[in-house]
Design a protein around this ligand. Structure first.
Ligand SMILES: Cc1cc2nc3c(=O)[nH]c(=O)nc-3n(C[C@H](O)[C@H](O)[C@H](O)COP(=O)(O)OP(=O)(O)OC[C@H]3O[C@@H](n4cnc5c(N)ncnc54)[C@H](O)[C@@H]3O)c2cc1C
Length: 447
């Protein structure tokens, strides 16, 4: 029987990182992928959404550039070209992953894997043995049992990212990250967009005040908050609003973005323990079976690409390393790349309050920032918020506004290194830069 030290199933940001890391430590590794290298992130998630959003933002900039002195006769959004642009990005990232794996000496097999037991995997008609397994099978769009959700007018992000014709109108069920990024994309290119969200605000992981700023900034989108969808038909969506009144939104297409479900097909024989369908693991990513680990979306701990990669490092160090690492989601940053960007790291002010934890908070509007005013003037939207312990240790940073997604890495370092706000105050920031909002927040914290 063919044998490896480690078999990794799934080549998303969790699986390929795990395979490369284990191989770099000198172990024999087989990586099995049933679809395309790079997983959801490279092919149906992070990369294609950001690529298409970039196209839509460029169109919106061209359409509204008159007052900047840039006069364009009439901008036109060509969906086919935007899709081709996106496909180039997807292919480049996929090729990059392929090269990384090749350089690391990882064996790759492109086929669906099925686990026979904790040491044997069946793939492409062969049975392969391994000392350890890492399951990195990811997630797929969830389709809740709403009547009509299997209709031909209902799509998920998977189909939205490869569509050939633009609808005139789209109803988006779910105001989480995927729903909001796609609402931004479609509304920027002139599609009539309605979002229907069950909670009373969009983006549940975001600070409430800041989520409201994002929502207001998406001014062409009509939001229906506190609304529960009861039925989808060929002309749109029916829902009950917060006052229990029956309402409907008419739309040509309906996009379901109400979450993602773990992919566990082929793993059944392992008899793993699950929680809400996600594979249960400890903080070292170890399942109930001592030699089987599960990382990334499939364990549901933090459904982000960089979390999957961080979990890969934890799993590989737990298997082959001298020290056992653990995954701590608290300093994992998140970002929303809608045309009004949002990003955050650490607890929000609302979370601190609900846990009755005392904290120091300060927020600074984007309107007070030189670079934001220079570039956006009256269109400036957003705010930054800093949350500190009573002694000034930085616990959380949350930002809505331009470049938020690029600023947030620093927050992650400040939070994980337990930096005191005083260190920020004595640092020099370049001017004019959006990053100065962090300095202004630090100055406004009273300690
Ligand atoms: C529209 C969208 C936008 C997103 N944007 C962002 C973003 O901006 N930033 C961010 O951090 N995250 C984003 N995400 C989330 C991110 O894509 C996921 O968190 C990440 O891809 C999870 O990585 P993973 O390795 O756990 O699984 P995946 O990337 O899902 O990869 C799992 C792989 O396993 C393969 N597989 C499954 N079962 C088998 C089997 N039996 N045999 C062989 N192969 C198998 C699958 O084909 C897949 O390629 C987005 C997701 C979506 C859907």
């Amino acid at each position: 029987v063919e044998k490896y030290d480690l078999i990794v199933i799934g080549a998303g940001p969790g699986g390929y990182e795990a395979a490369i890391k284990a191989s770099a430590l000198g172990h024999s590794v087989l990586l099995i992928e049933k679809d395309r290298l790079g997983g959801t992130c490279a092919n149906k998630g992070c990369i294609p959404t950001k690529s298409l959003l970039h196209c839509a933002k460029a169109y919106a900039a061209a359409s509204s550039s008159q007052e900047l002195g840039v006069e364009v006769d009439k901008a036109f959004f060509n969906l086919q070209k935007a899709m081709a642009w996106k496909e180039q990005a997807v292919e480049s990232v996929g090729k990059g992953v392929e090269l990384l794996l090749k350089n690391a000496g990882v064996q790759v097999l492109l086929d669906a894997a099925a686990c026979l037991d904790a040491h044997h995997v069946q793939v492409a008609g062969r049975i392969i043995e391994a000392d350890f397994l890492i399951l990195a099978t990811g997630s797929e769009p969830a389709r809740p049992p709403i009547p009509g959700s299997d209709g031909p007018n209902v799509i998920t992000s998977d189909e939205a990212l490869v569509m050939e014709l633009l609808p005139q109108s789209i109803a988006i069920i779910g105001g989480g990250v995927i729903g909001i990024e796609l609402a931004s994309f479609f509304s920027l290119i002139g599609v009539e967009v309605s979002v229907i969200e069950m909670l009373d605000e969009i983006l549940p992981m975001c600070d409430r005040e800041l989520a409201k700023l994002v929502r207001r900034g998406l001014d062409k989108v009509s939001f229906n908050l506190g609304c529960k969808v009861t039925q989808i038909d060929s002309e749109g969506v029916q829902f009950t609003d917060s006052k229990q009144k029956q309402r409907r939104v008419d739309s040509q297409l309906v996009l379901m973005s109400i979450g993602r479900s773990p992919v566990t097909k082929g793993l059944e024989a392992l008899g793993l323990e699950t929680a809400r369908g996600y594979i249960a693991v400890d903080s070292h990513m170890r399942t109930r079976l001592g030699n089987v680990f599960a990382i990334g979306d499939v364990n549901g701990k933090s459904m982000l690409a960089h979390s999957a990669s961080a979990m890969a490092e934890v799993a590989v160090s737990s298997i082959f390393g001298s020290e056992a690492m653990s995954f701590d989601p608290i300093s994992v940053p998140w970002a929303v790349y809608s045309h009004i960007e949002a990003a955050g790291c650490g607890p929000t002010e609302d979370q601190m309050k609900s846990q009755m934890r005392k904290c120091l908070c300060a927020s600074v509007p984007m309107r007070s920032n030189g670079r934001v005013l220079a570039e956006l003037s009256k269109r400036a939207v957003g705010s930054a918020k800093m949350i500190c312990d009573m002694d000034g240790t930085i616990l959380g940073i949350h930002i809505v506004g331009p470049y938020a997604s690029e600023l947030i890495w620093g927050a992650s370092v400040l939070i994980s290194s337990r930096v005191n706000v005083k260190a920020i105050r004595s640092a020099v920031f370049s001017h004019p830069s959006v990053s100065e909002v962090i300095l202004e927040c630090a100055r406004a914290i009273e300690c």
